[in-house]
Design a protein around this ligand. Structure first.
Ligand code: ACM
Ligand code: ZN
Length: 674
């Protein structure tokens, strides 16, 4: 019998036992790594004639095992575990002494027993069993040999979550369900559904049906401005009540609690465009936005707002059965509250010194509504910046590690979602597409981060959470989702589940490369580096370009710091930036000092690594004589390459749409190739 332990605590306590790597040949590397793995001789033949026996209550999990392994196993409902051959036993044994969600998986030549501390434990035993099977071997008739082994396993943290922002980019219900399946495969148990934000309201409500019906769409005549890759067309969507229930049901089956978020008092432009009366008294903010009012904060001094919020919270609590309701509290711009007479009067009355205190006051008021309905409030870390939160909320610390430490010190329960490690919209290397304000977040960085501050010993950090914010999604397309999430989500899952002392990036990487990526392949996950996906570099300026002399002018003034000349200096590190967005009728012109002969010209707008501040819908024309123009691209968006048929005199872009949804346009140097 070979014995080894993943639990390095045990290793340090028993320095004489040698600990071979998880990669040792017999057991496929499991992710997240189990607490304890004890190898034995022999194999169990899973497949032909295997019977699954379990109590009536566990039959749906037996069917799940059947479905997920693709094996034609028979399911029988029986009590007791009397000896038989070729049997998989599933049972719950609260007396087994396992922590919540824990399980043992014991494989002998005759039987395979999964004993859960609870139903969730059985589910997680099944997930481990799935990983003991060969990844590509899911033919119903085949037999898989599973090594004899005894695994004892339980989670490090009770909260192992994932945030999906469906406001910036709408994610259809079927795709949400696919992600839930992948979460469960990695033993994750909380789905944070970011359903409302400035760019859309996706939650159907009986009390305010217009919020989803109208607020679910942007651009193309919607009161919500277009932005983030859907310019000049109506974009959006919202869930039906049946779809919300389908997500909640599917999640519940997989031991995943759905945490819905109603983000307020900031991040509320969508609701404010449908119900402008919720805003502070004061001037509209349209100067930079092609006519769209950019205000997005609920007025704290307008009493009727709290009646509306309470109706929404009430319905959310009716629809979502989970213990926690997220009420936002992040990134509230202070300006409107500072100038609003009603908010100022309120601050005076309540003795609130600043807008941070007003934000905390606001979240306390909403927290009371949540608590009155028997639920627990979750808030972003800024909600605690202006005083004490009174309703025992869970703080979701996202800004940085200090925000985790601050919340822990203040004695709150904390979900660690630090953007510098757990925001999966961040780029994965310097040259790839993605956001970078949280830095480059590569796999080793996500994996290597210890989520519990060193000084903390009393379990205040209740878990970890990965965030997928979707501002840049439409730019990149569907491939972007799996590419950003996997395998970083595997690393997060292991941090959430496996014992902290056992984490070793080299070992994790080996388990990924030898086994787990093949499992993801078999599940159809197009992870970063997957066959056919590879590594996607951001736009790189090719070698050997022609540095022609040209002048750029336009109808929109540029900033002094980024004048038009910066997009005409052949230095691709600099760019031009306008003082406002471009609207229908605005134009930009590139005029060559002398006609240039070339093979192709690429016109680029927006940042080169992060497509924002683009020109948006425009017509691109070329002139070969300086007098007449011909259209080369009637639907220019942010970049375009064309092949001139003669020496080019000038290029002209005429904007046709309603702006790019931002407050500026960035124009890059032309890339001219021989
Ligand atoms: C956040 O990223 N504003 C939570
Ligand atoms: Zn106000």
């Amino acid at each position: 019998m070979i014995r080894y332990y993943k639990l390095l605590i045990a290793y340090f306590l028993c320095p004489l036992i040698s600990v071979p790597a998880m990669a040792a040949s017999a057991v496929p590397g499991i992710i997240p790594a189990p607490v304890e793995v004890e190898m034995r001789e022999g194999v169990f033949a899973f497949g032909a004639g295997t019977v699954v026996r379990c109590s009536y209550e566990l039959r749906p999990l037996a069917s799940y095992l059947y479905r997920e392994t693709g094996r034609r196993v028979r399911v029988e409902s029986v009590a007791g575990i009397h000896g038989a051959q070729n049997v998989v036993w599933l049972f719950v044994d609260p007396a087994a002494g396992l922590p919540a969600e824990g399980y043992t998986l014991e494989v002998t030549r005759d039987t395979l027993r999964i004993t859960g501390a609870d139903r969730a434990g059985v589910l997680y035993g099944i997930q481990t069993l799935r990983q003991l099977l060969p990844p590509h071997d899911n033919l119903p008739v085949s037999v898989a040999e599973i090594p004899c082994v005894r695994i004892t396993d339980y989670p490090r943290f009770p909260y192992r979550g994932f945030t999906l922002d469906v406001a910036r980019t709408f994610t259809p219900c079927e795709e949400v369900i696919r992600l839930l399946d992948l979460m469960a495969f990695h033993k994750m148990n909380r789905f944070h559904w970011h359903l409302t934000d400035d760019e859309g309201w996706r939650l159907p409500l009986e009390c305010y049906p217009e919020l989803a019906r109208e607020g679910g769409f942007r651009g193309g005549g919607s009161p919500i401005r277009n932005i983030y890759g859907a310019w000049g067309e109506r974009y959006g969507g919202y869930y039906t009540p049946e779809q919300v229930w389908a997500v909640i049901d599917h999640a519940a089956f997989l031991n995943i609690e759905v945490v819905p978020e109603f983000d307020l008092p900031g991040h509320s432009r969508a609701v404010a465009r449908i119900h402008p009366e919720i805003l502070c008294r004061g001037p509209v903010d349209t100067a930079s936005s092609a006519g769209y009012d950019l205000r997005k904060v609920w007025c704290a001094g307008r009493e009727e707002n709290f009646a509306m919020i309470e109706r929404i919270i009430d319905e959310i609590c009716e629809v979502f059965p989970g213990a926690v309701i997220h009420t936002g509290g992040d990134e509230v711009p202070p300006e409107q509250w500072e100038t609003c007479p009603d908010c100022r009067a309120l601050m005076e009355r309540e003795g609130l010194e600043n807008t941070a205190a007003l934000n905390t006051w606001f979240e306390n008021r909403v927290g009371r509504m949540v608590a009155a309905r028997g639920r627990r409030q979750a808030v972003w870390n800024e909600a605690a910046d202006g005083g004490r939160l009174e309703h025992d909320p869970v703080i979701w610390a996202w800004e940085n590690h200090e925000s985790v430490e601050r919340a822990v010190r203040a004695g709150y329960d904390v979900v660690n979602m630090t953007s510098q490690y757990y925001y999966f919209d961040m780029k994965q290397s310097a040259s790839e597409v993605g956001l970078a304000w949280g830095g480059v977040v590569d796999l080793a960085k996500t994996y290597g981060y210890e989520p519990v501050p060193a000084a903390e010993g009393d379990g205040r950090v209740i878990g970890v959470n990965g965030g997928f914010w979707t501002e840049t999604f439409l730019w990149n397309g569907e491939w972007w989702r799996d590419y950003q999430l996997f395998p970083r989500m595997c690393a997060l899952a292991e941090t959430g589940w496996s014992q902290g002392s056992a984490r070793d990036f080299g070992d994790f990487r080996e388990r990924l490369d030898r086994w787990h990526l093949a499992r993801l392949d078999a599940l159809g996950v197009a992870y970063r580096g997957a066959p056919g996906v590879g590594i996607r570099e951001a736009y790189a300026v090719p070698e050997g370009r022609i540095r022609a002399a040209y002048e750029l002018t336009g109808s929109v003034p540029c900033t002094a710091r980024n004048p038009y000349s910066h997009a005409a200096d052949n230095d691709t590190r600099t760019f031009a930036r306008t003082e406002r967005t471009a609207r229908a009728g605005d134009w930009f012109e590139f005029r060559f000092r002398s006609p240039v002969e070339c093979g192709s010209i690429t016109v680029r707008s927006g940042y080169s690594a992060l497509p924002r501040f683009v020109i948006g819908p425009a017509v691109l024309e070329v002139s070969y004589d300086g007098r007449t123009y011909e259209v080369v691209d009637p639907r220019f968006g942010y970049t375009g390459t064309f092949r001139p048929r003669a020496a080019v005199h000038s290029l002209r872009l005429t904007v046709t749409g309603e702006g790019n949804g931002e407050d500026a346009v960035i124009i890059q140097d032309l890339v001219i190739m021989p």
